[in-house]
Design a binder for this molecule. Structure first.
Ligand code: XIL
Length: 334
């Protein structure tokens, strides 16, 4: 019989998937139950969605996802406690719209992390504590953000300390993308090394894994895994998808060359890339402790219309009818 993802990788790592409440019924729910062993809320636990106003939390979506996981014996990875995106502006301002002080923002960050991590204590095995704090280009380690501007560089340490205090058993991750570029890998390494040297409770690094049929190379990915693992950190792939388009960060508008179908050639190249990736993931058994896909199937992926408006993408292992693609068979056969 055909092995599922979670069966094929039972001896290696949990295979997770990012979900919204709408995925917890119908064909998506069936696919989740059959194939995956872990869930990540795609948006429901981010600062904006879960904490829309100073004195108000919105728990319904996050609770529903955690409830589904409990009913179906799935692990849950939390995402994310501190990020420059999807954070409401009230966080940084007082009642009159004036920017708050370092002390006030630290108090808010602490209260937020205590409340969210505390609510799911013992139910989530891991958290992306700080997301995307390192900029893509240049030589800076710290991305310019309100957290950096108002609190200073130690907002990152504080976030990890607050999370650790709220759930001492949760595995705590720093999570980022473009982790295979030489310059960003180096700067993320410097950040993580600083945290480790200061005995900050950081246990792992999340490589988002928003890749494409053109990147990364095996050598670049292995270099990242080895380099971060050298700090004594576990490594997880937290947001895996393999776009069938080159990453053209500057381009925003659809071109005639963009495809309305997944061509045979794209599918074959994608299958090859997924095979290469999972060959590497298995090679780092013990170090590589989790792989999470960012969405269930090609029916709905966050890459539809992103970064190019009006363009569909096909980055996952299951097609728009929830059927396994060529890439799926490459991943489960080894
Ligand atoms: C994305 C979600 O998938 C979208 O639904 C939302 O509109 C924007 O955020 N890096 C991350 C994720 O860490 O939180 C992002 O998720 C994708 C990029």
């Amino acid at each position: 019989a055909q092995k599922s993802l979670k069966e094929a990788y039972a001896a290696y790592f949990p295979v997770g998937v990012a979900v919204a409440p709408r995925n917890l019924a119908g064909a998506d729910a069936e696919l989740i139950r059959a194939q995956f062993s872990s869930l990540t809320p795609e948006n429901a636990m981010k600062m904006g969605p879960i904490h829309p106003a100073p004195d108000r939390y919105f728990w319904q979506d996050a609770d529903q996802i955690v409830g589904f996981a409990e009913q179906n014996g799935l692990k849950v990875r939390g995402h994310t406690l501190c990020w420059h995106n999807q954070t409401p502006s009230w966080f940084f301002t007082d009642g009159e719209g004036k920017q708050v002080t370092r002390e006030v923002l630290l108090d808010r960050l602490k209260e937020h992390i205590q409340t969210v991590v505390g609510r799911y204590k013992g139910k989530l095995y891991a958290w992306d504590v700080v997301n995307e704090a390192v900029p893509d280009g240049g030589t800076d380690i710290y991305r310019r953000s309100k957290f950096l501007e108002i609190i200073g560089e130690d907002y990152i340490e504080k976030a990890f300390e607050f999370a650790h205090a709220a759930d001492p058993n949760a595995r705590l991750f720093y999570n980022d993308y473009n982790t295979e570029s030489d310059s960003k890998r180096e700067r993320i390494f410097q950040l993580l090394k600083k945290l480790k040297d200061k005995k900050i409770p950081v246990h792992g690094v999340g490589l988002q894994g928003h890749w494409s049929i053109y990147e990364p190379t095996a050598a670049a990915l292995e270099e990242s895994i080895r380099k971060f693992a050298g700090l004594g950190l576990e490594v997880q792939i937290t947001e895996l998808d393999v776009s069938v388009y080159p990453k053209e960060h500057a381009r925003r508008e659809r071109q005639p060359s963009d495809s309305d179908v997944l061509t045979k050639e794209m599918e074959a190249r994608q299958a090859e890339k997924y095979q290469m990736l999972f060959d590497i993931f298995r090679k780092y058994k013990g170090t590589l402790t989790g792989v999470t896909f960012w969405n269930v199937s090609d029916k709905t992926t966050w890459l539809d219309n992103f970064p190019v408006r009006g363009r569909k993408d096909y980055p996952l292992l299951f097609d728009q009818n929830s059927s396994p693609k060529e890439a799926f068979y490459k991943v489960v056969t080894f």
